[in-house]
Design a protein around this ligand. Structure first.
Ligand SMILES: Nc1ncnc2c1ncn2[C@@H]1O[C@H](COP(=O)(O)OP(=O)(O)O)[C@@H](O)[C@H]1O
Ligand SMILES: [Mg+2]
Length: 318
């Protein structure tokens, strides 16, 4: 869907992005991560031509991006920023309706779409449609920012640290919503973050940048089990520690509730002494498993495993 071939961006003599190569598949959630100033935003903005590249090629739907009219790029590629810039004097409906209106949709189709999108992110249309942005909380504005990018149903969405300005609770709930949403709508998403936990939780694949260059591209599993160099392992943190301490499925689920007697769990069922590598193997083919042992059964999702490994709910290892 999107391909970078030897792409560089220079400002004067300095590379902001240097010789970057990757291919984002259709329907993939691709995360670009790295420290501040490593070239994440520049990479993202080159995709929809907000920033021109210096060297190399970027392909969109197998065609060089230079061959698309600019308006088509902007319509086919939704864009979500860190600080959502909603138009303050326009209602939520008017804000969401911008691209559909430019594309000449009928009013009744726009109204239906706006309500559908508001419902999708848990904002009651009757209550929120006619409000002004100033009447929404930060998390609600961010939700509107996400659905505004989805309004005209673009095949690709670019997101630049969309949740980083939020408090941890709104942030987690928006991450969870976006994961659920993505399961339904299966867009091609390029998502920028500097937060490794967010990257591991959200990404089908992750691309780690350092000073404009790619350090590693791969699945969360690959990052955790096979970091390619010291920069990568340092960036991920102490996940290796969990392997060294021989963490088991029982450790991972110990804070999760046990299922009721007679409740049926997801297959496969995994014994609680299974180690982390064994769990990865199950999660490469399933989104959820049931951990069985000590007379209890606990349901574990892929996201919960990564949350545990990236340290947010461990306490004792970090
Ligand atoms: N307009 C610009 N002029 C000069 N240097 C820039 C410009 N925009 C970004 N840079 C530099 O390019 C590098 C990458 O920036 P950016 O892509 O914004 O990083 P990130 O989003 O990862 O924090 C940084 O060193 C930044 O200072
Ligand atoms: Mg940035």
């Amino acid at each position: 869907m999107i391909e970078f071939k030897n792409v560089s961006k220079k400002y004067g003599e300095d590379f902001a992005v240097e010789d970057v190569n990757f291919k984002v598949e259709e329907g993939e959630f691709f995360v670009i991560i790295g420290p501040s100033g490593c070239g994440k935003t520049t990479t993202l903005k080159m995709i929809n031509r907000l920033i021109p590249l210096t060297e190399g090629y970027i392909y969109f739907k197998e065609q060089p991006i230079s061959e698309f009219p600019l308006y088509e790029m902007r319509w086919d590629i939704g864009y979500v920023l860190q600080q959502i810039a909603l138009f303050p004097h326009m209602t939520i409906r008017e804000n969401i309706a911008q691209v559909p209106e430019m594309k000449g949709w009928k009013n009744k189709d726009i109204d239906a779409r706006v309500d559908e999108l508001l419902e999708m992110v848990g904002l009651e249309p009757g209550k929120f449609r006619d409000r002004l942005p100033g009447e929404l909380s930060g998390g609600q504005k961010q939700r509107v920012g996400v659905i505004r990018a989805l309004a005209a149903d673009p095949p690709v969405i670019l997101m630049d640290e969309p949740f980083s300005a939020l408090d941890p609770i709104s942030r987690e709930s928006l991450q969870d919503d976006l994961i659920e949403l993505q399961k339904k709508i299966k867009k091609t998403v390029v998502f920028v973050t500097h937060d490794i936990q967010e990257a591991l939780k959200m990404g089908d694949r992750i691309c780690l940048l350092n000073k404009g260059r790619v350090e590693q591209i791969g699945t969360p599993e690959a990052f955790l089990t096979h970091p390619e160099n010291d920069f990568v392992s340092d960036f991920i943190g102490d996940v290796d520690g969990y392997m060294m301490k021989r963490a088991t499925a029982a450790d991972v689920v110990k804070t999760l509730p046990a299922m009721e007697e007679g409740q049926t769990g997801e297959v496969p069922e995994v014994p609680h002494e299974a180690d982390i590598n064994t769990l990865f193997k199950y999660f490469s083919t399933h989104d959820r498993v049931t951990i069985v042992g000590d007379g209890a059964r606990r349901s574990l999702s892929r996201e919960e495993l990564f949350k545990y490994l990236s340290g947010s709910e461990s306490g004792d290892v970090r």
